[in-house]
Design a protein around this ligand. Structure first.
Ligand SMILES: [Zn+2]
Length: 84
């Protein structure tokens, strides 16, 4: 029965994530095209592919590209991977 609980929990998490993504898109549409970044924006960690709020993300500039990570460890791991 634990598996059922796990699956329903996963579904709830997925639903919440999806709703946030949809809301993010809607905000972008309504947005006045301003240059400022809103605090609620979710960004994807290119290392572990987790979504984190930009306000709490670890932002690193690598080869002129800006990346957002969930943690310093992910930033280091990603840079090591890029370096080969
Ligand atoms: Zn990460």
């Amino acid at each position: 029965m634990y598996r059922l609980l796990f699956i329903s929990g996963l579904l709830v998490v997925l639903y919440v994530l999806l709703r946030q993504v949809v809301r993010g898109f809607k905000n972008k549409e309504i947005g006045d095209g301003g240059a400022s970044v809103d605090h609620g924006q979710m960004v994807e960690d290119p290392e572990c592919h987790i979504f984190v709020p930009r306000s709490t993300a670890v932002i690193e500039k690598i080869d002129g590209q800006t990346y957002c990570f969930c943690s310093k460890q992910c930033a280091v791991a990603f840079q090591n991977r890029q370096a080969g």
